[in-house]
Design a protein around this ligand. Structure first.
Ligand code: ADP
Length: 616
């Protein structure tokens, strides 16, 4: 029979896997056991729904090693796979994006692709040179056998199998000079691996164990085998917190494929009272590769008394905490509840509200107690929190405003809003912020100079979303936010500018026409000759963001050209005749645009103006 080819992407991934230098090859067992457990969950759930009253004990996951044949066999009595499912699930890796990312990651870091992404079934190719999967889908008559020796393809043909479920036979690789594979055929080692990674799996993981005993009526020993259950089977979240180590929680995190990073925080809450539930939540320290794409599905697994009802229940988490992974188990939830009804379920709503509070509290405590870890988290997910502030018209401000951080002029690190306001001198009216590509660039602008000279701190907004999010906040601790390029900074010169200065400003405004809405003597500039500020709701930075958006091209900031009366150039302006003043105005305005990172409307006119000045 002709071999079918893996989809191009799967093939590349398989090759990576086969030649993997990933040291923790052993995780393949955890991946296969987790798959078997999921398949058993699905079957059990179906049985409950159809009322056929199946016994949970039938869902055994059996492991058998045969050293002679070099095979390791895993059998489950789960839901099984049809021919189409074998093809779809084991012949392809759906998201091309993820693979591209994996390849890039591999080039960058050299190792640990599998460790980071846990590509499930495929990880078995790290230890096996041939894999056979025999599966009978529940409710079907015909079983199928899938076989592959690696990246050159796979075959599927009809097979004999009496009972529904899946049997996976791995032909374990021969030892090489650098790698040993024999251990994956050793009974004691397999027992260790099951205990280490899969202890909490709720179905029995069994194996025939070799034991020895005295022969009856004799002093001689004989060997015999006996089936043993290797795992303790208590779901991790049902164990007492005091009996669980950091490692237990982290192993569970990986076994559930929540992520392959080390989570920043684990929250394990057993809540009793009006609302009874257990939540096991993880705050990851790194964003999954697809987190900022629409492929990402937020949600927590939902259990009713240990039985999984839903793999990803989105309603349990608000979008801005969509990065949280984990599960909720509540006896109060009805098993029979349909997905549509679940959305309206008030128990679920109450739990979700509680979880939101808990997550906020835990994040705040992380920020307080382990700032470095919080920053790691924030660098991965801060954007989501800021989008959370921006969406829903600032409804989530109470939840989120103390969780966001910005760079600031005060120090090299991050600053929370509360830290900023705590540091504010008495006479400071506003919370000042500047926008730009980086902290260094913002602090080097003419607009920043005057604010810093006053001794006021500046928050540096370096992400598109920052200023929009802050607009939704309105203020913090009763102080309003103020862009440093705002025409009114709240500390304008006390004295009105001299009459003749006013006259000069009028002339410059005339020369520039509609390009600016006002020209004024600046109270903020220190060493720069001129700068742009803005009046009204749209700041210069917002104009930049909006003009990059497909339909926002017409939004313009109302620009004010500010001129520094203490700069040597000022006297030149005063002395210039009308034609020279027009040239100087053109140059000043365009330079202010450049400093703000805005495009120059007419580069030819600008460059002609410069030539004209240089000729003199
Ligand atoms: P993942 O489990 O992350 O989806 P895998 O590559 O491990 O990725 O498995 C792909 C799919 O194959 C699973 O989602 C499941 O539908 C199916 N599958 C794998 N192992 C089994 C099994 N033992 N029984 C039934 N289905 C399975």
């Amino acid at each position: 029979m002709a071999k079918k080819q893996f989809k191009a992407e799967s093939k590349r991934l398989l090759e990576m896997m086969i030649h993997s230098i990933y040291t923790q090859k052993e995780i393949f067992l955890r991946e296969l056991i987790s798959n078997a457990s999921d398949a058993s969950d699905k079957s059990y759930y179906n049985a409950l729904m159809s009322g056929s009253g199946l016994d949970r004990e039938r869902y055994e996951i059996h492991i058998a090693a045969d050293k002679e044949a070099r095979t390791l066999t895993l059998s489950d009595r789960g839901i099984g796979m049809s021919r189409e499912e074998l093809e779809k699930n084991l012949g392809t890796i759906a998201e091309s994006g993820s693979l591209k990312f994996k390849a890039e990651q591999e080039e960058k870091e050299g190792v640990d692709i599998i460790g980071q992404f846990g590509v499930g079934f495929y990880s078995a190719f790290m230890v096996a040179d041939e894999i056979t999967v025999v599966s009978l889908k529940e409710g079907e008559e015909q079983a199928y056998c899938w076989n592959s020796k690696g990246s050159d393809g796979y075959t599927i043909k009809e097979a004999e199998k009496g009972e529904s479920g899946t049997t996976i036979i791995l032909h374990i690789k021969e030892n090489t000079e650098t790698d040993s594979y024999d251990e994956f055929l050793e009974e004691y080692h397999l027992v260790e691996l099951v205990k280490k990674y899969s202890d909490f799996i709720k179905y029995p993981i069994t194996m025939e164990r070799t034991k020895s005993r005295k022969k009856e009526g004799s002093e001689e020993y004989e060997q015999y085998t006996e089936k043993e259950t290797l795992n303790s089977r208590v779901p991790l979240w049902k164990k007492a917190k005091k009996d669980l180590s950091k490692e237990d929680y982290e192993n569970f995190y990986r076994a559930q494929r929540y992520g392959y990073d080390t989570p920043s925080k684990v929250i394990h809450n057993q809540v009793e009272g009006n609302l009874t539930y257990t939540a096991l939540l993880y705050i990851p320290s790194a964003a999954p590769f697809d987190f900022y794409t629409k492929d990402f599905k937020k949600g927590l697994a939902l259990y009713s008394n240990g039985v999984m009802i839903m793999e990803k229940c989105a309603d349990l988490l608000p979008d801005y905490f969509g990065f949280v992974q984990g599960l909720v188990d509540s006896a109060d939830l009805s098993l029979n509840i349909s997905r549509e009804l679940l959305q309206q379920d008030h128990q679920l709503k109450a739990i979700s509200k509680n979880l939101t509070k808990t997550i906020r509290k835990e994040l705040l405590s992380l920020l307080e107690k382990d700032r470095d870890e919080y920053i790691k988290f924030f660098e991965a997910f801060g954007r989501t929190l800021k989008y959370g502030l921006y969406s829903d018209w600032g409804m989530n401000r109470e939840t989120l405003q103390d969780l966001i951080l910005f760079r600031s002029s005060a120090n090299e690190g991050y600053t929370a809003l509360k830290e900023y306001t705590d540091r504010m001198p008495e006479d400071q009216k506003f919370i000042y912020y500047g926008t730009g590509e980086s902290r260094a660039k913002i602090l080097a602008t003419p607009a920043a100079e005057g604010v810093l000279a006053k001794g006021y701190e500046i928050l540096c907004f370096t992400e598109d979303v920052d200023e929009f999010a802050i607009k939704m906040l309105g203020g913090y601790a009763e102080k309003e936010f103020k862009n440093i390029t705002d025409a009114d900074l709240g500390f304008e010169a006390e004295e009105a500018p001299a009459e003749e200065h006013q006259e000069l400003m009028k002339k410059i405004k005339e020369a520039l026409g509609e390009k600016v809405s006002e020209v004024k003597v600046s109270a903020r500039l220190v060493s720069h000759p001129a700068c742009l500020s803005s009046k009204g709701a749209i700041s210069i930075e917002m104009e930049k963001v909006l003009s990059a958006a497909p339909d926002g091209g017409n939004a313009k900031a109302e620009k004010v050209l500010e001129i520094n009366p203490n700069h040597p150039l000022f006297s030149q302006l005063e002395q210039a005749d009308d034609s020279r003043l027009a040239t100087l105005s053109e140059v000043l305005f365009n330079q202010a645009l450049l400093i703000e990172g805005l495009p120059i409307d007419d580069p030819v006119a600008y460059s002609n103006a410069i030539w004209k000045l240089l000729e003199k």
